[in-house]
Design a protein around this ligand. Sequence first.
Ligand SMILES: [Zn+2]
Length: 216
Amino acid sequence: MFVGHYAVALAAKRAAPKTSLGVLVVAAQFADLLWPIFLLFGWERVEIVQGNTAFNDLSFTHYPFTHSLAMLVLWAVAFGLVYKVATGYMRGALIVAGLVVSHWILDLVVHVPDLPLVPGGGPMLGLGLWNNVIATVVVESLLLLAGLWIYLRTSPPGPGMKTVAFWLLIAFIVVVGNMHGTPPDTKALAWGALIGWILPVWAWWADSGRKAADRA
Ligand SMILES: [Zn+2]
């Protein structure tokens, strides 16, 4: 899943209005932000398999550190603690920790059974929505619409440029989330996936105007 993770980050703004959308995005996408780094270090592996699912050609053969439920719970505790110490905002800390774990639950819906519960063994889980392209697009689009609706009701639009930046960000997420095509190799895939790190910065900037509008 891609778009859906941003949808829950948007929706989480209502639960933790003082937390930047940038931080909420990092939390919801924490697993996928670490993943390309771990791939490049060789700690995790992915294979390109034509038609592995209808939606993409990726076979996630080994990603226990970024995508097992147990590790995401640990990452969530660490993320929440760091956020609490840095900001003192307990509500935000609980929400960002929840978002880190939400990644696994949303991925569970779309992945074919390749998500580990714990690193190093046990059953691999996945409900396989990616086997149906239309169902995947419909579910992700509905999540995004719900997330946008909640976010926009929580904070009124900020100054002009930031509103433009916000909608460009949403458009970018929709385009990337629905991109098809086979990556040339796993190295290129990992380097490409590092682009994900731009999105939290983009989200932080677009959202910062909205927070100002909230205070006014
Ligand atoms: Zn993921």
